[in-house]
Design a binder for this molecule. Structure first.
Ligand SMILES: *[C@@H]1O[C@H](CO)[C@@H](O)[C@H](O)[C@H]1NC(C)=O
Ligand SMILES: *[C@@H]1O[C@H](CO)[C@@H](O)[C@H](O)[C@H]1NC(C)=O
Ligand SMILES: *[C@@H]1O[C@H](CO)[C@@H](O)[C@H](O)[C@H]1NC(C)=O
Ligand SMILES: *[C@@H]1O[C@H](CO)[C@@H](O)[C@H](O)[C@H]1NC(C)=O
Length: 639
């Protein structure tokens, strides 16, 4: 029982302050009037089965018991951190229950976020005399800073700017609902700082909240830490609805799947902190431009999604369960997909990809889907294929095409995706009539969105996926021209080695492939960055990397040589697409920043290419940013 305590942020803190800890936090935990005997009986009744109920329900559980009229109704909520170990979570909850009963023998309400150091797990227990389900509760709160100050020979102002930027990023990710897990509001990040050791941050909200309430709750935790404890080496802030902790070491085994990222360059940080607001303005203005068709499309789209949700159970789609987190997922009948695509008729064909053809399909309920029929079998067994698809369905991000489900019957292996209405980016940038529809706002947003999707694949998703075939035709545009990256995870599905970083089986498209990948089969997140750079330069120049024929005198040269030449000669205006409609929001400087980023991405030397993370920070920064100067780029000719 002595193993659990409230909100301990670090082992160090524990060792130094064990004596005072219980005393300090007892008052935070218990509040409200004293309860009656029957309230106590009902509470104990709920608590007795709570630990097993939590782990049996995916990590979060709420229940109520007792009579409202007699004031004996008790409401209990409990959870563990995402990625918890089942036994550790149960033990943690058992300890916090015993502890709470001992420390709050009389009071009606309590909450605690408990760190079990022995098992390296976080758990939360809350009971109240009123229902808290779906309600944001900010008070009371607890704060436990590490007693030691940050020791750094460097400028603490810079450190603070960097800290703010990464905490903002964690907050943004945590308050975006990830419905693939019961514990849908969660994020853990690990960032390399130049001034100190790596910074580890973790945030979690109770999953009954709305995304905006979760965001607000975490924001208030961060504010509280900044207000009271800035300068300390770490700490945790807990409120009934959410929890935030950061430290200079790993905790809760929460960082095993997390990629270490570089702290944003300090020049960019002050604006990165404000980027949320800037981005909203940006979107607001953008929407005004293409407002009417977009809204109509949106209404249709939302309508379809709603009808999809209502009717899926009648349409020959079987629900099976994801073995990893028990979430329902969809297995489609082959016959139903045949009907939906008019027996895979040529008129329904949307395109042909590396691994198969894509067809548009319409389900009996009117819902539109995209059906990818794999031509080469994945070479995996049924179970393996299924499990791999299940993992991919967990990747959810607004800049990724959503994988809805699959079908594997007999020889057939089929993937079912959401239908994205506006076809792919190449249809716009390589088509004179459509290119002028892409204003600089839209292009900037597309580039930024693709970067966000890639960042999620590279760093934020649990699978850490290298796309390996990023190109304009793999970027789909929705009704509002938001980009969605398609065809990710194919290397996983086809059993290509994802861990070694070297492959004899090169997938990808010449013109987009990084030299080390095309030549030696070496791939990494940086080979995706290269492809991203090519896509970026195509989007702003309106020229394809392969077909730059009649455009200029550079008959034999590729786009990269062309851009580099104009850039080094200072003829910037010749790089950018003359057909792009001007817009007030994007300055010439910002377009030049894009060209600059593009050139950095296609550097031949892998180490000179930036990470997607740095690219996003540069993109989001509206102030002048210092970026390394690009060195000459070489164009890889197709064999
Ligand atoms: C809960 O208890 C408080 C006193 O601690 C009381 O004011 C409040 O009315 C009670 N709420 C309900 C729903 O019983
Ligand atoms: C959790 O609370 C919600 C909302 O009050 C309720 O609908 C649901 O039944 C509760 N869960 C359990 C297991 O009681
Ligand atoms: C890390 O990945 C493993 C295997 O995919 C998974 O079981 C575990 O839950 C993940 N951890 C977290 C914290 O998400
Ligand atoms: C620390 O950095 C900030 C921001 O760049 C700067 O304004 C300040 O003067 C620096 N302070 C010291 C002591 O160098």
């Amino acid at each position: 029982m002595g193993k659990s305590w409230v909100m301990t942020p670090s082992l160090l803190f524990f060792i130094l302050f064990l004596q005072t800890l219980k005393h300090v936090h007892a008052s935070d935990k218990c509040y409200g009037d004293f309860f009656t005997t029957s309230y106590g009986v009902n509470r104990d009744n709920l608590l007795s089965s709570l630990p097993s109920n939590v782990v049996n329900n995916g990590g979060f559980y709420n229940a109520s018991f007792g009579s409202v009229s007699r004031n004996t109704r008790v409401h209990v909520v409990a959870l563990c951190n995402r990625g918890y170990d089942v036994q550790a979570c149960k033990t943690c909850l058992e300890h916090v229950i015993d502890d709470t009963k001992a420390k709050c023998p009389h009071q009606k309400e309590t909450f605690s976020w408990v760190t079990e150091e022995a098992n390296d797990v976080l758990c939360n227990l809350r009971y109240t005399n009123h229902s808290t389900f779906g309600k944001l509760e900010l008070l009371p709160f607890t704060i436990n800073p590490n007693p030691n100050d940050i020791v750094s020979s460097k400028n603490l102002t810079l450190l603070r700017q960097e800290w703010n930027a990464i905490v903002d990023r964690t907050l943004e990710a945590a308050s975006t609902a990830d419905t693939s897990s019961v514990l849908k509001y969660y994020s853990a990040t690990r960032t390399e700082f130049t001034e100190t050791k790596d910074v580890y941050a973790m945030m979690q909200c109770t999953p009954d909240l709305s995304p905006s309430d979760c965001n607000r709750c975490l924001r208030e935790c961060v504010n509280e830490f900044q207000k009271q404890s800035w300068g300390k080496q770490g700490g945790g802030v807990g409120r009934p609805s959410c929890y935030f902790r950061w430290d200079l070491f790993e905790f809760y085994k929460a960082f095993g799947n997390v990629t270490r990222v570089l702290a944003p360059p300090s020049q960019a940080s002050p604006t990165a902190m404000d980027c949320g607001r800037d981005e909203k303005d940006f979107e607001g203005r953008h929407i005004a431009i293409i407002v009417v068709p977009a809204i109509i499309n949106l209404i249709i789209f939302v309508g379809l999604i709603c009808s999809w949700k209502r009717k899926t159970s009648h349409t020959g789609i079987k629900e099976s369960y994801n073995p990893y987190d028990g979430q329902p997922m969809l297995r489609f009948d082959f016959v139903m997909l045949q009907t939906a695509t008019h027996d895979f008729s040529p008129e329904m064909k949307l395109g042909e990809g590396g691994f198969g053809s894509v067809y548009k399909g319409v389900l009996p309920n009117g819902e539109e889907i995209a059906v990818k029929r794999l031509t080469r079998g994945s070479g995996q067994g049924d179970m393996e294929f299924r499990n791999e698809v299940l993992l991919l369905t967990r990747l959810q991000h607004r800049n990724l095409v959503k994988l809805l489900g699959f079908c594997n019957e007999g020889e057939e292996e089929i993937l079912v995706y959401e239908f994205v209405p506006n076809s792919s980016l190449d249809h716009f940038i390589f088509d004179e009539a459509k290119r002028c529809l892409l204003t600089w706002d839209v292009r900037y947003r597309i580039i930024e969105g693709v970067a966000r999707g890639l960042l999620y694949l590279h760093e934020d998703s649990q699978l850490r996926i290298i796309h390996r075939d990023l190109k304009a035709s793999n970027i789909l545009l929705d009704a509002e021209m938001n980009p969605k990256v398609a065809d990710f995870g194919m290397a996983r599905l086809f059993n290509m080695d994802q861990t070694r970083g070297e492959t004899s089986r090169v997938v990808g498209t010449y013109g987009y492939m990084a030299p080390e990948y095309a030549t030696y089969g070496q791939y990494s997140v940086k080979s995706d960055v290269y492809s991203f750079g090519v896509m970026l330069l195509e989007t702003i120049s309106g020229k394809g990397n392969k077909n730059l024929k009649e455009e200029e005198e550079e008959e034999q040269e590729g786009l990269l040589d062309f851009v580099w030449k104009k850039w080094s000669e200072g003829k910037y205006a010749e790089i950018i697409d003359p057909l792009a409609a001007p817009s007030n929001n994007i300055s010439v400087d910002q377009v030049m920043k894009l060209v600059h980023i593009g050139l950095l991405c296609v550097q031949e030397d892998v180490s000179k290419r930036p990470t997607i993370n740095s690219i996003l920070i540069w993109l989001e920064s509206h102030a002048a940013t210092t970026m390394p100067a690009p060195t000459p780029v070489t164009f890889l000719t197709a064999p």
